[in-house]
Design a protein around this ligand. Structure first.
Ligand code: NI
Length: 175
């Protein structure tokens, strides 16, 4: 089932979400399936449970290589529950971000360039991955949602924040 995506200004996006306590339940599988359906319908690269009003520490992400998204390496569909992120090294990278909860806009955000993410899938299986580039950016963006942080809160240079059409991005979908 496709859910409406909450937009910036909705107080539910500002909550610190609760950890998932039970894995491999019918309820959790239904939530994950709904989230993928919702993300794909919105053409997003990631989605966090709070964005559909569900107060749980669960994010999904994944995307293929596409002309629209430039040269980003594909990331397989991933479910990441109760995540922890650990920076690998000191490097910081600036890059454009968008958000399904802030439709039609883009801004430059500084993020850790390389990190390790750990957590669980919907079956309770352990996930550990070391990633960089856009993959690392998406994970940080999605996990921020679990702490009530939207990417505009991380922008430092507001001269590089605006509407997709005015910034000349053309038809890049929201992330
Ligand atoms: Ni977002």
């Amino acid at each position: 089932m496709i859910h409406p995506i909450l937009r910036m200004g909705d107080p539910r996006l500002l909550r610190v979400a609760r950890p998932v306590e039970r894995f491999d339940t019918e309820e959790l599988h239904a939530l994950v399936s709904d989230m993928f359906e919702t993300m794909e319908a919105a053409n997003g690269a990631g989605l966090a449970a709070p964005q559909i009003g569900v107060d749980l520490r669960l994010v999904i992400f994944g995307y293929g290589q596409s002309a629209v998204r430039g040269d980003r390496s594909p990331v397989p569909p991933t479910v990441l529950i109760n995540p922890t992120l650990t920076p690998l090294g000191e490097a910081i990278e600036e890059g454009w971000e968008g958000c399904l909860s802030v439709p039609g806009m883009r801004g430059i955000v500084a993020r850790v360039a390389r990190l390790r993410y750990e957590g669980f899938d919907q079956f309770g299986g352990r996930i550990v991955r070391d990633v960089e580039g856009f993959h690392a950016r998406v994970v940080q963006h999605e996990c921020d949602h679990l702490d009530g942080i939207l990417y505009p809160m991380r922008i430092t240079d507001f001269t590089q924040f605006g509407y997709v059409e005015e910034l000349g991005f053309g038809q890049i979908p929201d992330d």
